[in-house]
Write a protein that binds this ligand. Structure first.
Ligand SMILES: Nc1ncnc2c1ncn2[C@@H]1O[C@H](COP(=O)(O)OP(=O)(O)O)[C@@H](O)[C@H]1O
Ligand SMILES: [Mg+2]
Length: 370
């Protein structure tokens, strides 16, 4: 990886994607018409890569709209639909900055939001322009969400993805096995044999969080949007009641993942990186250097978050470290999805994640949760 590839591995480049033709998703135009917004100009509509189908642009009545059709397994789509609407109805939505919902069509799982011209957290992260004060603003938002009262949302439990992970770790069903890439098979072979890791996950899941809060449920940096200096949280498809450490750990894990993926690159270094052979020792030494370099971001996020919530104690810190470690393993599995082989860096990231999950008490200060 060289300086000519600034995004580095695992980061989607956001330009250059063509939207799905609107006549293949008639429910989108139907909803916009029903809402009195007119239609998108088919030649001027844009998209972003993601798990759903997205269109954004100006409509014929001059409104900036961001429309999304939820796609995937029908029961999953129904859950994500319900959670999206539940957030927009919740008392928390009045306090947490987010793009305004213009309308929704439950039949076809289409939602329309105001489009906000801004910059996403992942873009700023890749450009190395995500500052500690940005992180503090995001920490404040997440703290406000977690401090909001839970109402009807208590019925929308946010399950830990490790519940499914444990099932797969004991046996991968044949139909899924046939879909896995070589890299995923390799990853599962390593994970299935890793008894200390599996035991750490079982104990974590067996000890419920001291308190459930409202949670975003999928707090990665690409869900953050900065518009004219103000941060908003987007994509509320996993919203519900659950362990606050999930959100905090995802955000922290995003930065650790970035740090580790940057090990073989010059990004953030003050001198070119050029070695003949990347040994395990060198990889770990550089991973630590890169994590320390991003520590001010995690620290700023954590202090602003802690300022909003009074119950940020040692137990919470450990849960956050566990979740950040989990995030590293989750990203490793995600990056293995289309890969023929599991890269050394991905394995190193998962190895660090594993150590954090097994011994979370050793990592809090080092990663910036002080
Ligand atoms: N209303 C909006 N205006 C502008 N950008 C948005 C808006 N909502 C989300 N985004 C950005 O678009 C990207 C994809 O949106 P998202 O809702 O996360 O879709 P997906 O469900 O496919 O992940 C995110 O990176 C987010 O920052
Ligand atoms: Mg998203």
């Amino acid at each position: 990886m060289s300086a000519a590839d600034p995004a580095g591995p695992g980061v989607a480049v956001l330009d250059g994607f063509a939207p799905v033709p609107l006549d293949e998703a008639p429910a989108v135009s139907r909803l916009l018409e029903e809402l009195g917004l007119g239609g998108f100009d088919a030649d001027d509509v844009r998209t972003r890569p993601g798990r759903n189908r997205l269109w954004f642009g100006v409509t014929t009545t001059g409104v900036d709209v961001f429309a999304k059709e939820l796609t995937g397994d029908p029961s999953d789509v129904a859950s994500r639909w319900e959670r999206t609407l539940a957030f927009h109805r919740s008392a928390a939505a009045r306090q947490i900055a987010h793009p305004r919902l213009l309308g929704a069509d439950g039949e076809d799982a289409v939602v329309a939001f105001e489009y906000l011209a801004g910059v996403t957290g992942v873009e700023l992260m890749v450009r190395e322009e995500f500052s500690p004060s940005d992180a503090a603003a995001v920490g404040d938002l997440v703290g406000a969400l977690h401090a909001s009262p839970i109402g009807d949302e208590s019925a929308l439990r946010v399950a830990h993805p490790a519940e499914r992970f444990l099932k797969l770790a004991s046996a991968i069903p044949a139909p899924l096995y046939e879909q896995l890439s070589m890299a995923q098979l390799h990853a599962w072979r390593l994970l299935q044999r890793d008894e200390p890791l599996l035991q750490a996950i079982r104990s974590h899941l067996a000890a419920p969080p001291p308190r459930d809060t409202l949670v975003h449920g999928d707090l990665r940096v690409d869900q953050l949007l900065r518009v004219e200096g103000r941060w908003l949280l987007t994509d509320w498809e996993e919203f519900g009641a659950g362990d606050p450490a999930r959100d905090v750990g995802s955000f922290v894990g995003e930065w650790m993942n970035r740090a580790i993926l940057d090990v073989p690159t010059d990004r953030g270094d003050d001198r070119p990186f050029d070695v003949e052979e990347m040994t395990h020792e060198l990889m770990m030494q550089r991973a630590i250097e890169k994590i320390l370099r991003l520590q001010p971001i995690v620290s700023a996020f954590w202090s602003a978050y802690a300022h909003r919530r009074c119950d940020v104690d040692e137990a919470m810190r450990r849960r956050v470290v566990f979740e950040a470690g989990w995030h590293l393993i989750d990203r490793m599995l995600a990056s293995a999805m289309d890969a023929a082989r599991l890269g050394g860096i991905q394995r190193a990231a998962a190895g660090i994640g594993r150590a954090m999950m097994i011994g979370p008490e050793q990592f809090g200060d080092a990663i910036g949760l002080a």
